[in-house]
Design a protein around this ligand. Sequence first.
Ligand SMILES: O=C(O)COP(=O)(O)O
Ligand SMILES: [Mg+2]
Length: 230
Amino acid sequence: MHQPAPSPLVVFDLDGTLVDTAPDLIDTLNGLLIREGLAAVPFDEARRFIGGGARLLIERALGAHGRDCGPPEIDRLYAVYVDDYAERIAALSRPFPGLVDALDTLDAAGCRFAVCTNKLERLSVKLLEALGLADRFAAICGQDTFVAMKPDPRALLGTIAAAAGSPSMAVMVGDSGTDIVTAKAAGVPVVAVDFGYTEVPVESLAPDRVIGRYDDLPAAVAELLGLRAG
Ligand SMILES: O=C(O)COP(=O)(O)O
Ligand SMILES: [Mg+2]
């Protein structure tokens, strides 16, 4: 008996890829810093610090301004940050332009979708529910879903398994070096979006494709998976 071939799976990063979350992430960060008597971080600088999870965002923001806090202090700030962020999860955050149409086109071509993010799982679900997008994903996996978070390839391979997909029929879509390194380590082709949050231009990180708008995603996925373009 043959197993049916798994449908193609497109695994998306969340912050900076599916959703422009920087305004809420950075408002939360700066609200916290100001309450703590610390300097707020300029938006464009803080935007580049997103991608490794909220704890790293806080560490980078403090480090950029010469504050080196020990783990207990970071733990305390992180706990407050997570609570504050949950309160404003989708106050300003919106899907990037063209995302929903691209999902519709890929869906019609037989693709399924999953999320592999370094956000906490519960915040990821809450955000996507608030935006009416949660039901589109077969799995929504965060930094605390598996034993390891991106760039560990087990985060991506675990997400693909949770969505009942196969690594040989999967593509990762992400905005940062973290996503590209993760996908390469997992042996999964990767499309980089160039409108997200990254410290270096994504082109310099050798993804399989770079797209500047969601309209170009269906063709990139079709090429990488050898599908007939819709
Ligand atoms: O919030 C972060 O820093 C990381 O989130 P991402 O993995 O969805 O980019
Ligand atoms: Mg990202």
